[in-house]
Design a protein around this ligand. Structure first.
Ligand code: PEP
Ligand code: MN
Length: 352
């Protein structure tokens, strides 16, 4: 049997003993149902919340440790919380918590990651770390955090793709834009580190969480993090994106269908398609090579006639045409622009 995927579920933040108990009772039912069978659950709750605004709810801190431990025990799974400082880690470890995640803002700061990785812990083999990607798409910060934990003797390490803050100028429909190419590159570098997707912090809205989760599972990610609250509209943080236990159940049913489909997939058919893809890539690269050659000839022409290399009006026209073509063919114009920008940059360099 294939190993089960990891499912980290629970509220954005622990708010009260009552909230945690109520949620744990509902989750116990959902997680025992058939649709959750392909997952190994972990119960999460944030105690120390890294909020952008000082006026936002900052978490209940150490007071919530016993609520978290008791709720996880009620469900019958490990408890996880976010730690950003060695004091968080030691308080949580002393309360029996053994699963910790490093939040996106913390991964962005090597001093904080080093302080956590080097903090004394009695039994490192008993601890599992989940490292979220940093807020910006800087893969080396993400990898650096993994390396610091490894260097300090930890062996059970997972990573979580939670999307990237690309600023308000982007027109993304997500709260944190997923950049799957970064996740895929992370996987290439660390094939043995399970890579999960935090569908809640990517989606930012409860209505889009299932869609992101399904996409992640279809891509073959190793698990999910999903925020669940007994009464999301009353949540003290991330109210918009938290699911009710009932919607989590629906999400798991949707994922179970995807997994069932995947298991009946025709491998000969897939092999043929992959072969076709490889052949198409060969043609694509041969064409790119041909284009570069033409670029070099244009460069020589411009040199002979004393023309500057960068002809902005010509590039604008070329780019607009390509973006329009992309839109007509169901390709995102922004993606077409990114590809054209890289090709154009390489052309200009070639001409120099
Ligand atoms: C969280 O998981 O509650 C959280 C704060 O996430 P992130 O670090 O991804 O923003
Ligand atoms: Mn949250």
């Amino acid at each position: 049997m294939k190993s089960r995927k990891i499912l980290i579920v629970g509220p954005c933040a622990a708010e009260s003993a009552m909230q945690m108990q109520t949620l744990a009772r509902s989750l116990a039912d959902v997680l025992q149902s058939e649709s959750a069978a392909s997952f190994q659950p972990v119960f999460r709750a944030g105690l120390w919340k890294p909020r952008s605004q000082p006026s936002s709810f900052q978490g209940v801190g150490a007071e919530g440790l016993s609520w978290l431990a008791e709720a996880a025990a009620l469900i019958g799974c490990p408890a996880a919380t976010e730690v950003a400082q060695p004091e968080h880690l030691s308080a949580a470890y002393d309360a029996g918590i053994r699963h910790f995640w490093i939040g996106a803002r913390t991964t962005s700061n090597p001093f904080m990651v080093e302080a956590l990785a080097a903090a004394p812990v009695a039994d490192k083999q008993d601890v599992t770390w989940y490292v979220k990607n940093p807020t910006s798409p800087d893969i080396s910060l993400w990898c650096g955090a993994i390396e610091r934990l490894k260097d300090n003797g930890y062996q059970h390490i997972c990573a979580i793709h939670r999307g990237f803050a690309l600023g308000e100028h982007t027109t993304s429909k997500y709260r944190n834009t997923p950049i799957w190419s970064v996740a895929i590159e992370f996987r290439r570098r660390y094939p043995d580190v399970p890579l999960l997707t935090d569908a809640s912090h990517i989606a930012g809205h409860s209505e889009r969480v299932a869609e992101v989760a399904e996409q992640a599972i279809r891509m073959g990610m190793d698990g999910l993090m999903i925020e669940v609250h007994p009464a999301p509209s009353e949540a003290l943080s991330d109210a918009e994106q938290q699911l009710t236990p009932e919607s989590l159940n629906l999400l798991l049913q949707r994922i179970a269908l995807v997994t069932a489909d995947a298991q009946t997939g025709e491998s000969a058919e897939l092999a043929t398609l992959r072969q076709q893809m490889d052949e198409t890539d060969d043609e694509l690269w041969a064409l790119l090579n041909k284009r570069m050659d033409i670029s070099r000839q244009i460069g020589e022409y411009k040199r002979r006639h004393g023309m500057t290399i960068l002809q902005q009006a010509r590039y604008d026209e070329l780019l607009n045409r390509r973006m329009q073509w992309a839109a007509e063919h169901g390709i995102a114009p922004e993606a077409a622009k990114q590809i054209m920008d890289i090709i154009h940059e390489q052309s200009v360099l070639k001409q120099i």
